[in-house]
Design a binder for this molecule. Structure first.
Ligand code: SAM
Length: 474
């Protein structure tokens, strides 16, 4: 079975979380760079990673990577790559492009040259002049970063944040991949209660429940590579069966989702039911000022309103002040807040133990982290002093996570992924509670047109490939 260099792409700031997820899935050879984690795998791994990765955006096959400072170099190196081994004779292969800090910055031309080189490479191997592109789709991307060209094929299709459980979204919803990242950056584990007091459409509680119940996030959707003839259908079937078998029915500690907007709560409930976690989340319409709980050692993980729109500032500042007062009563809890508001800490009334820069879409945010005391363990003596949070030790552990490698795996109870078993249950001062139920690229003729999707870099353009020769001449 051929092995590939695979790339799990991620939003800036979540690369180490993705690497840790990969390590928990059993991939040890992860190399982390900005926005991507490179590892190796075969067809089975393409299926498993698409099904199981929670914080990654896509899984790509890296076909080649080389320096390209002029179009001749790009053409010659691309033509030499083993395209015929990957693209069936009838494959559709639109070429997307992007260029960052590179001499080849005319993205449409970069795409045209790449497409032309792939066609020439296929012509040589298949001994044909024309490719009708009527079969499965293999979306290729040529990405230039500091004069290094990376050529990839997308195995995922619509981004991995599209889990398939949410038909309708509320206002300003968090991406599912980001919500999963926030949870995995926290000290939450399934034995600790979790509250999102600004749940909106419920992304954070739903993703937490899916993590807790060990539900593979991709179980309800399909992937681009499922249509590829060289990955047997049985591989996908087996990966799905394995994922279904690993699903747990309930959680030991409650997850609570509140919002002051009843429509948001209705939407959250629907999303949770569709995601198969309706029974694990308690929903309620509630102002944040009314948040109270007798539970201890839980985590608040939340994404409050940011007040980005004109006229909202005073209102939002009042909300942040209320948050400060309300959360102060949860003295054994850890609190995690994602916001773009620059004065959040001042208004909340406490400096965070830790901040992490993350992007919610294009908006620069900080993830403010306030660590509460560590929950007592089963073998701890009941001695308050012993249970106080060891800040120095925690910072060391966090630093270890930032340097990636095994990351925070030792801080959390590992979730039983296909290769990982559940770790011991820590005895918290909690009862075991089982809760009541509460862009697809267009189909195109390669010898006519293809779409340049450069949304990250520049406006999308349509390029006429019949004029590739002209492009090359220019
Ligand atoms: C940025 S949205 C949360 C989006 C959510 N993370 C999602 O993925 O859909 C903020 C939410 O806070 C709610 N909210 C605003 N002020 C509130 C308050 N004072 N108490 C409770 N909820 C509030 C809004 O109704 C909105 O749904």
């Amino acid at each position: 079975m051929p092995r590939f260099d695979l790339i799990a792409t991620s939003t800036f700031g979540l690369e180490n979380v993705v690497a840790r997820e990969l390590q928990q899935l059993g991939y040890e050879d992860c190399k982390v760079t900005d926005g991507r984690v490179v590892f190796s795998g075969d067809e089975h791994d393409i299926a498993r990673c698409n099904l199981w990765l929670r914080s990654a955006d896509r899984v790509l096959i890296r076909v080649g990577e080389f320096p390209a400072t002029d179009f001749g170099e790009l053409f010659d190196r691309t033509i030499d790559l083993p395209w015929a081994e990957l693209l069936p004779i009838d494959a559709q292969f639109p070429v997307k492009g992007r260029s960052v800090r590179s001499r080849l910055h005319a993205v449409p031309k970069v795409q045209g040259v790449t497409k032309k080189a792939i066609v020439e490479s296929l012509k040589k191997t298949h001994n044909r002049f024309r490719f009708d592109e009527t079969g499965a789709e293999f979306v290729i991307e040529v990405s230039l970063l500091k004069d290094i060209a990376t050529l990839t094929i997308d195995t995922t299709g619509p981004g991995l944040h599209k889990r398939g459980y949410r038909a309708i979204v509320g206002t300003a919803p968090l991406r599912e991949t980001m919500a999963a990242g926030l949870i995995q950056l926290s000290y939450w584990n399934t034995d600790r209660p979790l509250i999102d007091p600004f749940c909106g459409s419920g992304t954070i509680p739903i993703e937490a429940a899916m993590i807790g119940q060990n539900i593979a996030p991709g179980l309800q959707r399909s992937f681009a590579a499922e249509d590829w003839p060289w990955i047997k259908r049985q591989i996908w079937k087996d990966a799905r069966t394995e994922a279904r078998d690993l699903k747990k029915k309930s959680l030991p500690a409650p997850i609570m989702a509140y919002d002051h907007d009843p429509d948001a709560i209705r939407l959250s409930q629907r999303g949770a039911t569709d995601a198969g976690v309706g029974g694990s989340i308690r929903f309620g319409v509630q102002e944040v000022s009314n948040l109270r709980t007798p539970l201890k050692y839980g985590c608040v993980i939340t994404n409050p309103p940011y007040g980005e729109r004109l006229g909202e500032h005073e209102e939002i500042e009042a909300v942040y002040r209320i948050m400060g007062k309300t959360f102060a009563t949860l003295d054994s809890w850890s609190v995690y807040v994602l916001t773009s508001h620059r004065r959040f800490e001042q208004l909340f009334g406490r400096r965070a133990d830790r901040r992490r820069k993350l992007y919610n879409g294009r908006l620069e945010c900080q993830y403010y982290q306030y660590q509460g005391p560590r929950p007592p363990r089963a073998d701890d003596e009941v001695d308050d002093e012993q249970n106080t949070y060891d800040e120095q030790a925690a910072h060391k552990e966090e630093a270890a996570f930032d340097e990636n490698d095994a990351g925070k795996a030792h801080l959390h109870e590992p979730i039983p992924l296909p290769t990982v078993a559940t770790a011991e249950t820590s005895a918290m001062a909690l009862e075991s509670i089982v809760l009541p139920t509460a862009e697809t690229p267009p189909v195109v003729d390669p010898c006519a047109t293809f779409i340049a999707d450069c949304s990250e870099v520049q406006e999308a353009e349509t390029l006429d490939v019949t004029h590739v020769a002209d492009l090359l001449d220019n």
